[in-house]
Unconditional design. Structure first.
Lengths: 256, 322
């Protein structure tokens, strides 16, 4: 059983834009998107039961290596990073194209994504990637088991829980309610340093320059301005006056 | 703009958020807005409802296989409608299903997808969407460079208004190719959906893990009762069994937009915020000064909710007594 997990390296702390004022500043400290650790955990669980290999795949800046090391330290066998200056600023159309190319090389039986990225730039990349790979997909998975040549999964939606069956190979995106991701042990961190980590450029994936970055994207940022909402937010840090502040707010807005 | 709005429904009525979006689209391009409705059963009531909310045309895909629709089937159907109808803009109101369909369609058509939009308008002849970013501290204006534009809106972005009484034109979509699917829903457990007072409530008081234990929901209930509101909960506390699933607010729960939302001990995971962001007034009490819920709060109170809420209850009681 070969399992691929897609992860994203996201900035930690206060999010801000870079000099272009259009893209997130990704030069500061970062970490693996928390929802993606649930995907890693799910993949490791399947491997531990059914055997095989788990490879983690990501696209991002060179700092993304830190997130890949986290996944390797959790127990993933191997990592692949697509990093290329020309890929910066890729939207969903371009990102899904690049990830699909990287995943094609792996030819995995199971491809796992985590929930929405914490940097807010998510959408549903799994659905776009599955479409490009022409593979079935199941999202919002809270339970997953391998059954013969397929998967049986519980998918959670606003309506309730769906029991879903799909054949392998398949793309799944897991909910952060699915499991509690393990923390990398010291031993795991040491072992991670020796595990294979391949770096690929767009040329390595035979992706044309105009299929990536702004040229390969189909959306643009036109302007960034102040948000009209919640601009006049009030912060109360003194517990002594907190209750009165809340009641005054409710009276002022006509709720009490 | 020739727009197509995807209507998700429960068999009887379409999601309010999707109907609000239909009205918004109709205001932008009167007479040129269509809806797409899919399902197994009679869809006449849904078609009429779409007409009342601004659809001049409704594309109907009826097939037994659509009783529990999956994204794949809907991507096929919406693609057919977009291509045969010549639509240049496809609009969705965010849900688990709609998000998957929108992203898949984006890859299928190589069409740009802008998501988490709260507004859309034509500026200098160009369609522009508005997306809050950086914890809602800035508003980003976004556009499309593809022939077909896909727009995914935050649930509850627009008020639902009945616009006309006219009967829309109905176009049937051939759905016969949906018979064989590699992904199948074999069973569905519907979460208890007593359409609680919550979705219509003017005031919601919601509790999260910061309450410390199920017994402390008593505080939440008391405050809700004093404000004449409903009680909500986060997914985390529902999973712990502290409060019933029917009260869950967020991505996999309910989307609400009350006049007042009081968040007690709720950190504000993205998952939760999508369900309450459009509340008119938000008051949050949390111990952690960096809790994300404060990014969407009008009044952010940092402190121990147990003492603060107990005091708020006393103050409100005293006020009622006078």
């Amino acid at each position: 059983m070969k399992i691929a997990v897609c992860v994203k390296h996201v900035p930690t702390g206060q999010l801000r834009f870079d000099g272009s004022q259009e893209r997130l500043d990704r030069s500061g400290p970062g970490e693996i998107n928390p929802g993606d650790t649930n995907a890693v955990e799910a993949a490791l669980g399947v491997r531990d039961t059914h055997g095989g290999e788990v490879v983690v795949v990501s696209m991002g800046t060179p700092q993304t290596v830190e997130s890949l090391r986290t996944a390797l330290a959790m127990g993933v066998d191997r990592a692949v990073l697509v990093t290329d200056p020309r890929a910066a600023g890729s939207d969903l159309v371009a990102t899904s194209k690049i990830l699909a190319k990287a995943l094609e090389r792996e030819n995995a039986d199971l491809i796992v994504f985590g929930q929405q990225a914490s940097d807010g730039l998510g959408g549903a990349v799994w659905s776009a990637v599955a479409e490009r790979l022409r593979l079935p997909f199941v999202s919002q998975v809270i339970r997953l088991s391998i059954t013969g040549g397929g998967v049986s999964a519980t998918r959670q939606t606003e309506i309730g829980d769906d029991e879903v069956e799909a054949p392998l190979p398949v793309v799944v995106s897991v909910s952060d309610a699915m499991n509690d991701p393990r923390y990398p042990s010291l031993k795991g961190k040491m072992a991670a340093k020796k595990k294979p980590l391949d770096t690929l450029s767009l040329a390595d994936l035979a992706i044309a320059a105009d299929d990536a970055g702004p040229a390969g994207s189909r959306t643009v940022v036109v302007a960034v301005g102040p948000s009209p909402g919640r601009a006049d937010a009030t912060r109360v840090e003194d517990e002594g006056i907190a209750a009165k502040a809340i009641v005054d707010f409710m009276i002022e807005r006509g709720f009490a | 703009m020739k727009a197509l709005v995807f209507l998700e429904h429960d068999g009887t009525t379409s999601q309010p958020s999707a109907l609000g979006l239909l009205g918004k689209a109709a205001a932008q391009a009167p007479g040129d807005v269509a809806a797409v409705v899919v399902g197994p059963g009679p869809l006449d009531a849904l078609v009429a409802e779409a007409g009342r909310h601004g659809a001049a045309t409704v594309h109907v895909a009826q097939h037994d296989a659509l009783v529990w629709p999956l994204p794949h089937q809907l991507i096929d159907i919406v693609e057919d409608v977009v291509c045969s109808g010549g639509y240049d803009t496809v609009m969705f109101s965010t849900s688990v299903l709609a998000t998957d369909v929108a992203a898949g369609l984006s890859a299928r058509l190589d069409a740009g997808l802008n998501w988490d939009l709260v507004d859309i308008a034509t500026e200098d002849g160009r369609l522009i969407g508005s997306r809050p970013a950086l914890g809602d501290s800035v508003m980003v204006k976004v556009g499309w460079t593809s022939a077909v534009r896909i727009a995914l809106f935050r649930a509850g972005s627009f008020e639902v208004e009945a616009l006309s009484s006219g009967q829309p034109r109905v176009e049937h979509v051939d759905a016969t190719r949906l018979g064989s699917q590699s992904v199948r829903v074999v069973d569905r457990t519907v979460r208890e959906t007593t359409r609680s007072s919550m979705e219509d409530a003017e005031v919601i008081v919601a509790g999260g893990l910061g309450l410390g234990g199920p017994e402390n929901f008593a505080l939440v209930e008391q405050l809700a009762a004093l404000l004449g509101g409903a009680v909500g909960a986060t997914r985390a506390v529902v999973y712990k069994g502290w409060y019933p699933p029917s009260t869950q607010i967020g991505q996999t729960g309910k989307t609400v937009r009350p006049q007042l939302y009081v968040a007690l001990g709720i950190s504000g995971a993205v998952q939760h915020k999508v369900g309450m962001k459009n509340s008119k007034n938000v008051v949050a009490v949390n111990l952690d000064p960096s809790a994300p819920i404060f990014d969407v709060s009008d009044l952010a109170v940092i402190g121990d909710l147990h003492t603060i809420v107990a005091e708020v209850i006393e103050l409100l009681k005293a006020r009622k007594a006078t």
